[in-house]
Design a protein around this ligand. Structure first.
Ligand code: G6P
Length: 609
């Protein structure tokens, strides 16, 4: 998704802006641009493609300035192209970058064309820069011009804007899209994500919805939506610079897969007293809220949704509590019925997914009493909007395809299952057993990571395939879905997941030697049934890849490849079986030569609908 960086300093800000854009690359984008004020004029460079190409263009034809804004664009309105890339400029006076979507852009565009403004792009953003320019003619102040402009905007936005009429002022604002201010010494920055600014500062102000900020060499002034000056807290970030470096790994995704044992251990740390979950880990009010909960509604998107689907099995079979899971983009536009005393649980690695935020709002509007966010970003909108929070401590996840965020979400959801289960079906002995399994999980995941070489070898066989089918049963069906999602996201192989019992109701028609079938086969009560499903595939000449527990007696042959993971006779086996599927997708993508960390058309943080 689009990324913003901006800076005002006593030095040339172009290197800061370019480095910031590089650090936002993981969000996904298709063009990039920078604008500065130099010698009283707006100087701009834009490029379709990568930040490296923009950097090369600037090196070939340099610009510099003490104030500037920069952007990586992920196309929504208008194709990826240089003319649609930000910053957008009005009459060589105002330059602006924008994340989000302006919903009333067509009306504004018509008005502006009638007023003589010339459009040079197909973006929804361009109306904003013309509107700011227009207001600037009336008010003579960039801050007031932005205040007047946003009053007319419908939709979601984070904006950074500069004007040659006030070369010492950078104005930024946000509504619905994230924006953070970085505080240096005598220099100030804006960005859509703190990762962009870690080389220059650790001190941040997180703007609230509707805030407008004015950054000058003297400092930062913030105004709320009504125009009143407000103070927002300054937070010191503890994110380590090296946490966002790739180190010895070839890709961030690979690094993040291998970080899972540590991420899981950190998610558990300090949240148990011996083998007893400390419920206050979810917030001080958590015990009182949990006492009232009679049902759970989970809302999430993408990989986080798959975590929710696994949790439904746990909530119902272990805790004995009814649990619904729904894709947030569907929930927000449905007419859902919310039972009294339902806990609304949102799951999100970024905490900024527009659909998940809107679904939460919808649930609140429908009278949801309590909300809980399971999220990887403390400063995110989702965390701010929720009553209770359990932070996954996966650390920054840069690869667009989510890995360590997912497995830590599962850990957090199991902790929630324990907390709610105590009040319902879960007995103390089972709680203790699961708690010890949780603490054993990092070591178990380490064991699975040892299979890396074998999985890489297997991956060779997928390199020329166009389709793949993933099968699972019970709580491993969502893991099959997650395996299929990983494979399609990064290798561009079309992959589908089915509950294995559904095979004969349709997908079996597709099975032949060109359709690899990947089965997740833990040793649980459904194993015998799954084995019959595998026979159905073999009988049709299909190529089978079975990720199994060592107790499975499926004999490997030319068309049956068995990859054994350590025995998984426990409730947490969905976490264990996730890892080989992540590695499979990763190696297949590497062999096929795709952009593993930044797959085409996808974004890490989806802040638009
Ligand atoms: C994007 C990301 C996925 C993620 C999904 C939901 O599509 O590429 O990795 O699962 O958004 O994001 P969230 O931040 O809410 O978990």
């Amino acid at each position: 998704m689009c990324g913003i960086v901006g800076a005002i300093a006593q030095r040339n800000v172009v290197p800061i802006l370019i480095e910031g854009l590089r650090r936002l690359e993981y969000r996904g984008y298709d063009s990039a641009g920078v604008a500065v004020i130099q010698d009283g004029e707006i100087r701009r460079r834009r490029k379709q493609g990568k930040v490296a190409e923009l950097a090369a263009a600037i090196e070939a034809d340099p610009i510099e300035g003490r104030i500037g804004i920069a952007h990586t664009r992920w196309a929504t309105h208008g194709v990826p192209s240089e003319r649609n890339a930000h910053p957008h400029v009005c009459r060589n006076t105002v330059a602006l970058v924008h994340n989000g979507i302006i919903e009333n852009h067509e009306t504004l565009r018509e008005e502006q064309i009638a007023a003589g403004y010339e459009f040079t792009s197909e973006t929804d953003t361009e109306v904003v820069v013309h509107a700011v320019y227009d207001q600037l003619q009336r008010t003579g102040s960039l801050l007031e011009a932005v205040q007047a402009t946003v009053a007319k905007l419908e939709g979601a936005y984070a904006i950074g804007v500069i004007s040659v009429t006030e070369p010492d002022v950078l104005v930024a604002c946000r509504k619905g899209s994230p924006l953070v201010i970085g505080l240096g010494i005598g220099e100030y920055f804006i960005a859509s994500d703190i990762a962009a600014l870690l080389p220059v500062t650790r001190r941040f102000i997180f703007l609230e919805d509707g805030d407008i900020a004015e950054l000058t060499p003297e400092g930062v002034r913030i105004f709320d939506e009504a125009g009143n000056p407000v103070e927002r807290p300054v937070k010191d970030s503890e994110v380590q610079l090296d946490a966002v470096e790739r180190g010895e790994y070839r890709h961030y995704m690979q690094k993040e897969i291998f970080e899972q044992p540590r991420a899981i251990a950190e998610t558990l740390e300090g949240r148990f007293n011996g083998l007893k979950l400390i419920e206050e880990a979810f917030g001080n009010d958590a015990p009182a809220v949990f006492d009232r909960v009679k049902a759970v509604q989970i809302l999430a998107c993408g990989t986080s949704y798959h975590a929710g689907l696994v949790a439904r099995y746990w909530m119902e079979s272990l805790a004995g509590i009814p649990c619904n899971v729904e894709v947030a983009s569907e929930y927000r536009y449905r007419d859902p019925v919310l039972l009294p005393d339902t806990l609304v649980v949102t799951i999100s690695q970024s905490g900024e997914t527009a659909d998940t935020l809107a679904a939460l709002e919808e649930a609140k509007r429908r009278g949801a009493l309590h909300s809980l966010a399971i999220c990887n970003v403390q400063e995110s909108s989702l965390v701010r909007e929720s009553d209770l929070v359990l932070l996954t401590r996966a650390g920054p996840e840069i690869g667009v395809a989510s890995t360590k965020a997912f497995t830590t979400q599962l850990v957090a959801l199991m902790m929630l299952t324990l907390a709610l289960g105590r009040r319902h079906r879960l007995d103390r002995v089972t709680e203790k057993r699961i708690a010890s399994q949780l603490f054993a999980l990092p070591a178990r995941v380490e064991d699975v990571l040892e299979l890396d070489d074998r999985i890489r070898a297997l991956s060779e066989r997928f390199a020329d395939k166009q389709h793949a089918l993933f099968l699972g049963r019970g709580s491993h069906y969502p893991i099959a879905m997650e395996g299929a999602l990983k494979l399609k996201e990064i290798s561009y192989i079309h992959a589908e997941a089915y509950p294995a019992g559904e095979l004969k109701h349709g997908p079996l028609a597709l099975v032949d030697a060109d359709m690899p079938v990947i089965a997740v086969a833990p040793n649980n009560s459904l194993l015998e049934k799954l084995k019959s499903n595998l026979q159905e595939v073999k009988a049709r000449g299909g190529e089978l890849y079975v990720f199994a527990d060592e107790t499975l007696d499926v004999q490997p042959d030319d068309h049956t490849h068995v990859l054994t993971v350590t025995p998984t006779e426990n409730e947490l086996s969905p976490v264990i079986f996730t890892v080989p599927l992540q590695l499979l997708a990763y190696h297949v993508a590497v062999i096929r030569g795709t952009d593993v960390d930044k797959p085409r058309n996808l974004a890490k943080s989806v802040t638009v609908e």
